[in-house]
Design a protein around this ligand. Structure first.
Ligand code: FES
Ligand code: FES
Length: 155
């Protein structure tokens, strides 16, 4: 039997009817067409599907959609400001060459945001730990770490 789900997505209220077995990733990509959130492993291991739930990073591929009832979800589409400007972390990823194929990038940026919101001046080790759940097959991580470090040094 379908259930009604209400939550806040990127600052906007959402109300929808869903099958109770759906994951948050399925709701975001297949029902709401928010395709910035990627599906990699589908098993909670690669971080491509990372979104923020009340500011904390979660793997949406293994997160039951009904458990976001009444909560705040942020996807990569929600990071730009109302004037269409990229978030400073997005700008830093571009400036530091931290994006190659881009598949890991939305999840990586959201993990970086969760880290910097909690700890605005992380050490390199803390940055590495903060993105430990996000796998990148292209960059070797160095440029990603440099981009996150650059943002932390600007604030
Ligand atoms: S797709 Fe969710 S962790 Fe890999
Ligand atoms: S840029 Fe390709 S997986 Fe990270």
């Amino acid at each position: 039997m379908k259930k009604i789900l209400h939550f806040i997505l990127n600052g906007e209220p959402v109300e929808m009817e869903i099958e109770p077995h759906l994951t948050l990733l399925q709701v975001l990509r297949d029902r709401l067409e928010m395709t910035g959130t990627k599906e990699g492993c589908g098993m909670g291991e690669c971080g491509a599907c990372t979104v923020l739930l009340d500011g904390k990073s979660v793997n949406s591929c293994i997160y039951p959609a009904l458990e976001v009832e009444g909560r705040n979800v942020t996807t990569i589409e929600g990071l730009m400001n109302s004037r269409g400007n990229l978030h400073p972390i997005q700008k830093a990823f571009i400036e530091h060459g931290a994006i190659q194929c881009g598949f890991c990038t939305p999840g990586m940026i959201l993990s970086a945001k969760a880290l910097l919101d909690e700890n605005p001046h992380p050490t390199e080790e803390e940055i590495r730990n903060g993105i430990a759940g996000n796998i990148c097959r292209c960059t070797g991580y160095l440029q990603i770490i440099q981009a996150i470090k650059a943002v932390s040094q600007k604030t």
